[in-house]
Design a protein around this ligand. Structure first.
Ligand code: COA
Length: 322
């Protein structure tokens, strides 16, 4: 049986850090409020002119290097982003031109904060059915570009960043299952209302901003993040005690803690990075995974549960043997 196995991880955060204190100098908020309600201490902000593809390129090169490969060894690029550089071509194509592995398929996936799990699931199918041997999967965002800095209920929560993994076809166990879900009836709970086909004006005027019904998002996120973990364990005949690490979407520490409580999982088994970069949407899971791989927490052979929830609503899991 062929599995898609993670053979390299990489991530990148823009240089500029904005602390809660700095944010509180121009938004009516405080470090104490942001930390208590979200667990966020700071976020990274892309420099002027620095784009999603720039962040993705750094993370990708690090993942490819960690895999011991060259960019030309990659035969598929799947990139999750909500904040692409251009309307078209896809950010994956722009990235491919920089990496130089031309000719192989490259495309974007849009599932907001669940984007990385969606992209991983798609790449996993390509690898398992033999269509790709080495896939680069990226989550990259410049989410701060779509924030209304006068809306304190949203702007304090998000940041920019990128994370990537290289998957390789292997006889050894890798991704064991992915489960994806969506319920489009909730689209207005978390969205950026303007877009291309509705007329471009708001986008051109820089008013294409995130709007969110925070408490509805919170409730659904806790419910669905718990459900997907149970679903994946049941599908694989595993108990939650067998999991070595839960690597959840890093949106909010209270959502993560409530999910862990629901699952009776100790927070010692949860990878947490939200304090350092806030909610980086599709980038958050590969950022957390890369941090835990590089600091030695995640070891070869361990069982990892990745889980995400985001706008759409979308949610999903990936269970894998690292
Ligand atoms: N600083 C200070 N006060 C703030 C604030 C801020 N940044 N944002 C909101 N407040 C105020 C509100 O105006 C409200 O004041 P009021 O009681 O005088 O009306 C008070 O804080 C409480 O607001 P509320 O919205 O009830 O807070 P909450 O405990 O629900 O926390 C969120 C708000 C957004 C942190 C929380 O709902 C949440 O985490 N939701 C999920 C968000 C998320 O993760 N989204 C992405 C998912 S992918």
């Amino acid at each position: 049986m062929t599995y898609a196995r993670i053979i390299g991880t990489g991530s990148y955060l823009p240089e500029k850090v904005m602390t809660n204190e700095e944010l509180a100098t121009f938004v009516d908020t405080s470090d104490a409020w942001i930390r208590e309600r979200s667990g966020i201490g700071q976020r990274h902000i892309a420099a002027e002119g620095e784009t999603t593809v720039d962040l993705a390129e750094h993370a990708s090169r690090r993942a490819i290097e960690a895999a011991g490969l060259q960019p030309e060894d990659i035969d598929l690029i799947v990139m999750a982003t909500t904040t692409p550089d251009q309307v078209f071509p896809s950010s994956a194509c722009l990235l491919q031109a920089r990496l130089g592995n031309v000719g192989s398929p490259a495309f974007d996936i849009q599932a907001v904060c669940s984007g990385f799990v969606y992209a991983l699931s798609v790449a996993d199918q390509f690898v398992r059915n033999g269509s790709a041997k080495r896939a680069l999967v990226i989550g990259a965002e410049t989410f701060t570009r779509i924030l209304n800095w006068e809306d304190r209920t949203t702007c304090v929560l998000f940041g920019d960043g990128a994370g990537a993994v290289v998957l390789e076809a292997s006889e050894e166990q890798g991704i064991l299952s992915t489960h994806l879900h969506a319920d489009g009836r909730y689209s207005e709970c978390l969205h950026v209302p303007p877009g291309v086909s509705q007329g471009y004006q708001a986008v051109l005027e820089g008013r294409a901003w995130v709007e969110m019904k925070g408490s509805e998002v919170f409730r659904m996120a806790v419910a669905k993040m718990g459900e997907v973990v149970e679903e994946a364990l049941e599908a694989n005949g595993l108990n939650r005690e067998e999991l070595d690490w839960l690597i959840p979407h890093q949106a909010n520490i209270r959502i993560i803690k409530a999910t862990a409580r629901k699952l009776h999982m100790s927070m010692d088994k949860v990878v947490l990075t939200v304090e350092h970069h806030g909610n980086t949407s599709a980038a958050s899971i590969p950022l957390a995974l890369d941090a835990a791989v590089r600091d030695g927490r995640v070891q070869r052979g361990q069982l990892l549960m990745l889980e995400a929830f985001g706008g759409g609503f979308t949610w999903g899991s990936a269970l894998l043997r690292y």
